[in-house]
Structure formats: C-alpha cells, structure tokens
Write a protein that binds this ligand. Structure first.
Ligand SMILES: Nc1ncnc2c1ncn2[C@@H]1O[C@H](COP(=O)(O)OP(=O)(O)OP(=O)(O)O)[C@@H](O)[C@H]1O
Length: 267
C-alpha cells in the first residue's frame, strides 16, 4: 500500500508542485495518472521514490516512510520501487544483459556492483526478466542497437531484476508509436497481473489509460481532481479534469499491438 496523507511538494523556487494529496494505492493496482502538461503527474510519481522531496504531510510505501534526507533508507526504498522513464535510460554501449544486471545492484552489496561482479543467480534473474518481456534473444546485443519498444522493455527487465513491489513509469510510452506503446503497456499489465507488482504510470493518451489501467487519477494544478475506477473516467469527467474539450491529440488511436519494426543497424 502506498499512502499519501496531506502531501505537498513546494519546489525551491516556491512553486507548489503538489497541493494536499491524499491517496491510497493498494498493492497490485495498475493506476494511470492523467492530466495536462504541468498538472503535477511527474511530481507525484517522483515523490514516491524520493526523487522529488515532499515538503509537508506523510508519504509511505508499505511500512516504509519515504525520507529523501536519509540516504540509506532511500536506497532501501528504491530497491523495492523501480522506475522507468520516457527515454529508457539504458546504457547504450553495453549489452542488454549487462543493462539488466544493473538492476541487480539494487539488491546486491555495493562493492559487488561497483566491480561489476554478478553471480550465477543474478544472471538467472536477469534472463528470467528478459524472458518476461519477450527479448531474451537480444541478451547479447548492444542496447543501442534495439528499437525504441525493445529498449523500453530492456528498462522494464532491468527494473524487474531488482524484484520490485512497485514500478513507477514516467511517460514510458511517450516516445513510441501507438502499436509499440500498446505492446509495452501490455507487458507492464502482464507483469502487474502475474507478479502482483503495483504499477503507477503517467500517460498523455486517454485511450491507453482506459485500456490498460484499473484506476485513473486525474490531476490539475498539483491537485487530484478525479480518482476512480477506469469505467468512471468518462469523456465528461476527463473534460472536467482538463478543463477543455477532448481532441484527437488526447488519443493514441491504434487499437492493435503489432509487430515492431526490425532492429536498427548496430553502429
Ligand atoms: N524543479 C522544479 N522547480 C520548480 N518548478 C517545477 C520543477 N519541476 C517541475 N516544476 C513545475 O511543477 C509543475 C508540475 O510539473 P510536472 O513535471 O510534475 O508536471 P506533469 O504533469 O508531469 O507535466 P508534463 O506532462 O509536461 O511532464 C509544472 O508547473 C512545472 O513547471
């Protein structure tokens, strides 16, 4: 369970990024956060793993209070809370397998990860993670040689390798074409269902949020202005969140995940 109690984030310049957030997110939920640009979606997600420190209220993940000032507690928290980003954040010049092994550093002693010494068990977990996202055959490819969708799946496998309870995803499909976006969200959905991992995903596209999330949280000006099951997030509700009519940019359009384009040439 992730609990926000009266949480505010005030940025150093005085701007209020989150304004009195109260939320409970149960273990294993798939939650989409929607809202216009600047609504506070990233701030909300980043507060959960302490990337953005909250300035008021109480924020807990399971039994752990998020405490951005305490480095060792933060490291422990982040071993349970994985994060993926729009730009994948892989190390392009090393293999897919080595990228996934980086995820193991969250759960292996620091000295071992510093010298890049991973044991047989780490490698097994890394291969299992790659298998879950369907790219085990790419294990020895350079990460930079993969397509965007495959690179995002490497990032998901890296997070999975740390055996997380929660995956935070900050616009994970914003750089992908609609069919590829659907495949990546489908992988996250599968992981959530099969492993019971909580997924909190920021999204711009309403149709993707409706097709993959159990629950939608709508934000505006740092506040939660809608929170309910996906079925209740009607067009009228979303128009109220956005304070404008819906338009074609609010949907990603493609309905079917399709095969991804071939890999890029290795450079
Ligand atoms: N470091 C910062 N200092 C000051 N203000 C910030 C900082 N980071 C974000 N903000 C402001 O906080 C507000 C919320 O930003 P946030 O990135 O959370 O929005 P968002 O909903 O994720 O937007 P987008 O969809 O464009 O990524 C914005 O007005 C932004 O300009």
């Amino acid at each position: 369970m992730i609990t926000f109690e009266n949480v505010d984030v005030v940025y150093p310049n005085g701007f209020k990024g989150l304004d009195n957030i109260n939320l409970e997110i149960a273990q294993g939920e798939f939650v989409a956060i929607i809202g216009l640009s600047g609504a506070g979606k990233s701030t909300l997600i980043r507060a959960v793993n302490g990337l953005v420190p909250y300035t008021n209220g109480a924020l807990t993940v399971g039994e752990t209070t998020v405490n951005p000032k305490n480095k060792s507690k933060l490291r422990k928290l982040r071993s349970k809370v994985g994060m993926i980003f729009q730009q994948f954040n892989n190390v392009g010049r090393i293999s897919v397998l080595n990228n996934v092994l980086i995820g193991r550093s969250a759960v292996t002693p620091t000295w071992r990860s510093l010298i890049g010494w991973y044991g047989a068990e780490d490698k097994e977990v890394a291969f299992q993670s790659l298998e879950r996202v369907g790219i085990v055959d790419k294990a020895y490819n350079r990460a930079s040689a993969l397509s965007g969708g495959q690179q995002q799946r490497v990032a998901i496998a890296r997070v999975l390798a740390q055996d997380p309870e929660v995956i935070l995803a900050d616009e994970p499909v914003a750089s992908l074409d609609p069919p590829t976006a659907r495949r990546v969200l489908g992988d996250l959905r599968k992981i959530q269902k099969e492993l019971g991992i909580t997924c909190i995903v920021n999204m711009h596209h309403l149709d993707l949020a409706r097709d993959y999330a159990d629950r939608i949280i709508g934000m505006r000006a740092g506040r939660v202005v809608f929170d309910g099951p996906t079925e209740e997030a009607t067009d009228a509700v979303i128009e109220d969140v956005y304070q404008r009519s819906l338009n074609e940019e609010d949907v990603a359009t493609s309905q079917n995940p399709s095969e991804e384009p071939a890999e890029k040439e290795t450079v």
